[in-house]
Structures are given as C-alpha cells and as structure tokens.
Design a binder for this molecule. Sequence first.
Ligand SMILES: NC(=O)C1=CN([C@@H]2O[C@H](COP(=O)(O)OP(=O)(O)OC[C@H]3O[C@@H](n4cnc5c(N)ncnc54)[C@H](OP(=O)(O)O)[C@@H]3O)[C@@H](O)[C@H]2O)C=CC1
Ligand SMILES: O=C1O[C@H](COP(=O)(O)O)[C@@H](O)[C@H](O)[C@H]1O
Length: 517
Amino acid sequence: MNSSSNEFNIATNASFLIFGATGDLARRKLFPAIYSLYREGKLAEDFAVIGIARRNKTNEEFRADLYESIQEFCRYKADLNDEWERFAEHFEYKSLDSSNVLGFHELKDLTHTLEQKFNIPGNRLFYLALAPELFGNVSQNLRSGGLLDSSGWHRLIIEKPFGYDLKSAETLNAQIREVFSEDEIYRIDHYLGKEMVQNIEALRFANAFFEPLWNNKHIANIQVTLSETVGVEERGGYYDKSGALRDMGQNHMLQMVTMIAMEPPSRMMPEDIRDEKVKVLRSLRAYASPNEVRQNVVRGQYSEGALKEKQLPAYRQEDSVNPASTTETYFAAKVFVDNFRWAGVPFYVRTGKRLPVKTTEIVVEFKNVPENVYFAKKNVLQPNLLVIRVNPMEGIFIKINTKKSGSEGTIIPIAMEFCQSCEIGHNTPEAYERLINDAARGDSTYFTRWDEVALAWSFVDRIAQAWMEGSSDLYHYPAGSWGPDQAHSLLAEDGFKWWPVNGQEEDDVIWISGKQG
Ligand SMILES: NC(=O)C1=CN([C@@H]2O[C@H](COP(=O)(O)OP(=O)(O)OC[C@H]3O[C@@H](n4cnc5c(N)ncnc54)[C@H](OP(=O)(O)O)[C@@H]3O)[C@@H](O)[C@H]2O)C=CC1
Ligand SMILES: O=C1O[C@H](COP(=O)(O)O)[C@@H](O)[C@H](O)[C@H]1O
C-alpha cells in the first residue's frame, strides 16, 4: 500500500456494509473507489467490507467479481498476488433480502465477527446502493436487526434519487430519520465529489480578483451545461418515470448553481457551507404559473438521429421505454437567484441525453466594458468569459481581449487555459472515492442536507406539475444535436447565446500559448 501520496486524512477503522453489492453502481463505482482508496493509503489498515444482495454467492465468487470490477473500471489495476489476497480477505458476501428483517440478525453476527477479526471498534458505514423503494425499509431493518447496537459510529450513505417529488422525499426522510439522525445521513450527489465542482470554492474564495466581480454589476449571465452522448441505455425502467429534470436538474444542476451563487461562508466547515447553499436555494425565483414555466423552461425528447456517423434510435424506440412516452430527455431553463448579489442575472441551465458531446461546463459571461473606446477602429469587443470545465476536461479557461500584435489598435480575443486534467492526467480521484472517504471520516460537506433536498424539490415540483398539466410543449430534437431550437431562443430573447463548450472555443479565439497569429 502506498501512503506517500496521501493528501486526505485516513478514514477511521470501519465496516462498510454495501447493500446492492451485485449491482451496476457497486461494480462500476463503489468497488473501484474502495480499491483506489486502499492503494492510496486512504483507508484505515483495518477495515471490512460486506457485500449484500439476494442472489447466492460464495466469498470466493464475490472476490472474483470484485477483481473483475477493478480490472475493468478502476484507475489502478490489481495483480493476482499476495497484495491482492491481503486486500480481498477484507471482503465477505452475505445473501439477504433486505426488505425482510429476518437475515439482519445473521448480518449483525457476521459484522461483529469481522470487527473482531480486523480490530474494528464498531464503526459502521451502511451504503444503500439499492432501488429507492427499499431505502426506508432497510433503515428500519438495520435498527430492528441490532446493527445499530455497536459502540462505534453509524452512518448511512444513501443513493439518489432521494424521492420523486417533495412529498415522497418527505416520507422517505421521515422513515430514515426514525432511525438515523441528520448528521448520520450522507445523501450522495456525486457531482459534489467532482474535483472541479469542489474547486469552484477555491477559485472564488482563494483569489482576490474573481470575488469583487462576482455579482450583478459585472456578470451578464451564467450558463451551466451538462451534456451527455449516451441515451437511456438499459435504464428505461427508472428513467422513463424520472426524466432529465428529476434525474439531473433537481440534484446535480441545482447543486452546481448553489456552488456558483453562494456567499462566502465564514468558515470552511460543513454546516457553514451548507447553510450558504441553502440560502441560494431559498432565493431561487419560483415560477409563479404554468405560463411562466412555459416561458422559462424548454423540454425536449430525442428523436432518431446520428452521432459520429452512427445511426441512433429515437427515445421512444429504446427498450423498456413506453413507445408513447412524453418523458423529457432534455431540458433548459432560465433561472433567477433573487438576492442582492444576483438580482437580474439569468442562470441558463441545460442538460440532455444524446447531445453531441459529453461535457459539464460552467460559463460565466461578464458584462461589457462601460465604453468601447476601440469602436472607432471598428472593433466589436467580445465579452470576457470564465469557463470552469468540470468533466471530462478539468480546468479553467479565460477569454480576454488584447491588442493584435503588430496591428494599430485591432482588438482580438485570446484564451488562457489551465488544463488540470492535462497537467496531472485523468488520474484524479473519482467522485465516489472522495465521497466514500469523506463519509468514513465524518465529513458531510459534499453531501446534501435535508433542507437542500427539500428546497430543490419544491423548485422542481412546480415545473413538473406544469408539465403534467400539459402547459408546455415537448419538442423533439434529433439524437446528436444540441437540443430543441427553443432552448436557443431562451437566451436569444435576452441578447445572449449558448457559448460553445468542450474546447470548441478554439474556433473563436487565439490561444495565448504561442498560437497567436
Ligand atoms: N448505476 C449507476 O450508475 C447509478 C445508480 N444510482 C442509484 O444507485 C442505486 C443502485 O443502482 P444500480 O446499481 O444501478 O441498480 P442495479 O439494479 O444494478 O442493482 C441493484 C442491486 O440491489 C440488489 N437488490 C435488489 N433488491 C434487493 C433486496 N430486496 N435485497 C437485497 N438486495 C437487493 C440487487 O441484487 P440481487 O438482485 O442479487 O438482490 C443488486 O445488487 C439506485 O438507487 C440508483 O438510482 C445512482 C447514480 C448512478
Ligand atoms: O446521476 C446521474 O449522473 C449521470 C451522469 O454522471 P457523470 O458523472 O457521468 O456526468 C447520468 O448519466 C445519469 O442519468 C444520472 O442518473
């Protein structure tokens, strides 16, 4: 195990009980994250992982699956040697129907045995990588089955979606709160675990020159894009009920808006940061009527199209999707944060499946200088942009105006870029690595508190309700396009446009790194 690169605190000795251990999330994200933490020395030496699901499996079979998942999805690869054996011996499998309390007593005994074997003082992290319908029931079964009787700490990591609307989220929260206190609940929003989302705070609060400009006097608008090339894949059963607004809007998108818009916290402590984020959510202007929803929110669904010359089916032709589905696979919205800092600044947000590129970016467009003194020379000044690239590229791009070398007063835009992923490669910790490590250390900063979840749902519910009442059209966009034209009109009517994302700014600007021509 290599602990030399350890920048994080090491997690305390704990048992990780992963419910849904044979599922997609565990295979693609959770096990690779645990292995990376182990390789980087960010797990305590003494830990135990119990994988829980209904199907029968021996420990050997479970460990073989674990190995495969790491080889396929982890940024570190394993070799089948003694080192692997030392890691794998911490993993055991328990077949159990988690909706039924019966097996929980045996699970408690197994946990206790492993705690003795690995010298773990009763600290237990329960990770619910299960269908959301089971969240409430499992929480109750943990208590009834005696799994909360140990003397260490108990924490619950709960996956999304946290409810389907405010009402169902309240019911779920009440069920969980009967068992766990708020500070024991870690609601995952994996976007908060992304390096560049966390970096928004550093960019804003560790630099003298952004924060003074970070307000409605200097910022014209903010654009948040979460575009995906994938379609619904095999997740139609869930997605067709959810749609883009609930799947991405209620959580990841609004969380990024809060990070951009929040006031500087007085201390970088979990509750201080989350308090500031909550204030942003409280300041979101609620759409007052279905008509306002129609004017400010565009919804779309992909039709047949092509991406990189590959023909793609329409959403309604995908397996496990209702052929008459009106679920949105895209939405764009104009959102306002009604407070002193942001009054009058539109936040344009958009997300969709089957768009031309996979990217998450935030563009901050600054207002023009008060007077264009270069106008006489026929210069039209382009606005300054700050682009925060969240994924897959990670970094910061700034667009500024400068005099063209050798010209007599010709102003041209140039680009300055810090490409974090180019500097240190794509080997930065995955979101799930950070978040599992945070939870095991008891740091809830990048998990969503209940009041955040509730406020986000009440904002989203109005939109969903208006759509359900049929007050907005569903526009179809060809797979592989940038979504319905109406999403462009949303900005055009304010005199703005969506800025190109994912490095496409190159067409617009001259790069400062010697490319100036
Ligand atoms: N996959 C992803 O990328 C993401 C998933 N999520 C969320 O994570 C959660 C899990 O998703 P995912 O892994 O994709 O789902 P899967 O359907 O792939 O896996 C579900 C898991 O739950 C187990 N399970 C189902 N019913 C029971 C039961 N009664 N008792 C015990 N185990 C049970 C299944 O195993 P078995 O059949 O053997 O019991 C399986 O291990 C969901 O809440 C999802 O919304 C969130 C973001 C991304
Ligand atoms: O939570 C979700 O996120 C993914 C996109 O995550 P990313 O880290 O790959 O950007 C999305 O595909 C999925 O529909 C949604 O449930």
